[in-house]
Write a protein that binds this ligand. Structure first.
Ligand SMILES: Cc1cc2nc3c(=O)[nH]c(=O)nc-3n(C[C@H](O)[C@H](O)[C@H](O)COP(=O)(O)OP(=O)(O)OC[C@H]3O[C@@H](n4cnc5c(N)ncnc54)[C@H](O)[C@@H]3O)c2cc1C
Length: 414
């Protein structure tokens, strides 16, 4: 009998989790408290307590080739950076085409969720068999509650995270004088704000606190995710290391310097393999040592921060290597040099992690070799005559320029 997996949340992490469980022959059931898939990309013009949402003017800041499900490229004519409504359309199409909707129970939260959690407790404490209606393994895909928290930030701003999130437009707004950089606020008077350097901003009508957000998992014993000093201690950002058996996985909590969808996909693939017993985790001590080592690196590269920040490519390669899906570049150079050049020197697009090994997608090679075509396609909205098109030799030269430069630099310095 296949193992049953309870998945909480049907945002992009939850959808990735459902699909990866199916790929591993597991039996997923996803519980979503809203009435649709997409999570925060499902725009709503009113705020609901506890529900994250984007705002009306949001466009993605990851490009379409870098933020797709690795076997599901966006349509050619889709803009590279898209309005949230287009992303939601893509997410829904993915769920429909991959036939994931029938595994989701909508408009369930609290009560079903506590049933799932108590089943988990049974599983953990008594190692219960799967014969009764018990969701033995759980993936938590709840996303971040960034914007809802911001709405209420004024009540507890001093205790919130202060991870800076920069909008691309900020520098130009500063240059235009529309945004002024100030030190911390010292105090508010009835109509003004006094800053620590003594300057005062007068005649204020409204104040918006954009001071950060907090991570919280109220439905779990805090110590499962934060096993020490209130720090998030998850092995590779996914598995709580102190559990007797690896029956809980957290998908989508890591903040890598890359896009969320491919990261969640790889996390979910690994988690599903662990649940299916085709991958094993190291011992508790080894996991804790690894967490300590990562904490040190995180401090060095990302400074004091309470989130699970990580470098995208290193992280993806690491997860990929656990499941045999990390692209083998030397092998590619020997067997398919054209593809190898694009993989090695081109963008680390999500298709690379479905190119070989378990979960391989037959369309991955073509998707990698055509990623630039899909990138330029939406910008080609008029017919250009042959004479104006760049010569194919120009593209070849462009592709070879970096390796040639690298070779020249190596020869110069060594
Ligand atoms: C403004 C903004 C812009 C962003 N832009 C980008 C971008 O350009 N590129 C990028 O890669 N990432 C971006 N992100 C990051 C974003 O978090 C990810 O893209 C992604 O949507 C996270 O998906 P998720 O499934 O983990 O979480 P969510 O999308 O938040 O989904 C969580 C789901 O869980 C459900 N849920 C929560 N609690 C319960 C419960 N108790 N019971 C049942 N269901 C529950 C929720 O209803 C929701 O459907 C952006 C985020 C924001 C806020």
């Amino acid at each position: 009998m296949s193992k049953r997996v309870g998945i909480i949340g049907a945002g992009v992490s939850g959808l990735a989790a459902i699909r990866c469980c199916l790929e591993e022959g597991l039996e997923p059931t996803c519980f979503e408290r809203s009435n649709d898939v997409g999570g925060l990309w499902k725009f709503s013009d009113h705020t609901e307590e506890g529900k994250a949402s984007i705002y009306q003017s949001v466009f993605t800041n990851s490009s379409k080739e870098m933020m797709c499900f690795p076997d599901f490229p966006y349509p050619d004519d889709c803009p590279n950076y898209m309005h949230h409504s287009k992303l939601q359309e893509y997410i829904k199409t993915f769920a429909q085409k991959k036939d994931l909707l029938r595994y989701i129970q909508f408009e369930v939260g609290g009560s079903v969720f506590s049933t799932v959690m108590s089943s988990i407790a049974l599983m953990l404490m008594f190692n219960c068999s799967m014969s009764f209606q018990c969701y033995g393994l759980l993936q938590v895909c709840l996303g971040n509650e960034l914007f809802t928290a911001r709405m209420f930030a004024s009540h507890f701003c001093s205790s919130l995270r202060k991870e800076p999130v920069f909008n691309d437009e900020l520098p130009s707004r500063i240059l235009c004088g529309l945004v002024s950089i100030k030190p911390s606020v010292k105090e508010f008077t009835e109509t003004s704000a006094v800053f620590e350097d003594g300057t005062v901003f007068e005649a204020i009508d409204s104040v918006i606190f954009a001071t950060g957000y907090d991570y919280s998992y109220p439905f779990l014993d805090e110590t499962i995710i934060k096993s020490r000093n209130n720090e998030v201690t998850l092995f590779k950002g996914v598995f709580p290391p102190l559990m007797e058996k690896p029956t809980l996985a957290v998908i989508g909590l890591v903040q890598s310097l890359g896009a969320a969808i491919p990261t969640a996909d790889l996390q979910a693939r690994w988690a599903a393999k662990v649940f299916a017993n085709s991958c094993t985790l190291p011992t508790m001590n080894e996991m804790m040592d690894d967490i300590d080592e990562k904490m040190g690196k995180k401090l060095k590269w990302f400074g004091q921060s309470q989130t699970l920040q990580t470098d995208y490519i290193t992280y993806m390669d690491e997860l990929g290597s656990f499941i045999g899906a990390k692209p083998n570049i030397p092998w590619l150079f020997l067997t398919d040099p054209r593809l190898a050049l694009e993989v090695y020197f081109g963008p680390c697009s999500p298709y690379q992690f479905r190119l070989m090994g378990p979960g391989k997608w037959d369309g991955a090679r073509n998707a990698i070799l055509t990623q630039w075509n899909r990138t330029v396609k939406p910008t080609r909205t008029r017919v250009v005559s042959e004479a104006q098109r760049p010569h194919p030799f120009y593209n070849l030269l462009k592709m070879l320029s970096f390796p040639l430069l690298l070779l020249a630099a190596t020869l110069t310095f060594y």
